[in-house]
Design a protein around this ligand. Structure first.
Ligand code: ZN
Length: 144
């Protein structure tokens, strides 16, 4: 990655961190998840109707990577079908691990986390909210 792209990616991440989209829970099925290695503590909820993700909201605190990725996730996966979203989540995990992926543009704004693969300690930060949504999509939300 050249420096211009890295700077652009950093700007997108900071924008989502400072101005998070879809922040605030409304009472849909949710998953609360923590990343003790960094102190990230986040809840993701989703409204799913007829196999389509109508809404994704998030609430919590943590580092810029964690909080911004919850915001990016809420935008990228909203409106997708559950199956499509599950595929994109797996693709995102592969990208974060530094694996080569096809059609990476499908990840839209989530591509800004590509560079995280160079910082293994931050991988959990970038995936914690995605793992929470994955549990909801798998029909395993928290009990309360
Ligand atoms: Zn973190």
């Amino acid at each position: 990655m050249n420096n211009d792209i890295e700077n652009l990616y950093r700007q997108v991440i900071m924008d989502h961190y400072k101005n998070p989209r879809n922040k605030g829970l409304k009472g849909y099925p949710h998953v609360h998840i923590k990343n003790p290695s960094c102190g990230d503590d986040i809840t993701i909820e989703a409204k799913i109707e007829n196999g389509i993700i109508k809404e994704i909201n998030h609430q919590g605190s943590g580092c810029s990577i964690c909080c911004s990725s919850a915001s990016v996730l809420s935008e990228v996966l909203k409106g997708k079908s559950v199956d499509e979203a599950k595929g994109l989540i797996q693709k995102y995990y592969r990208m974060i691990k530094g694996e080569k992926i096809d059609d990476e543009e499908d990840l839209e704004e989530a591509l800004v986390y590509e560079g995280v693969s160079k910082f293994p300690a931050r991988i959990k930060c970038a995936t914690v909210s995605w793992k929470a949504l994955e549990k909801i999509l798998n029909g395993e939300p928290d009990e309360e």
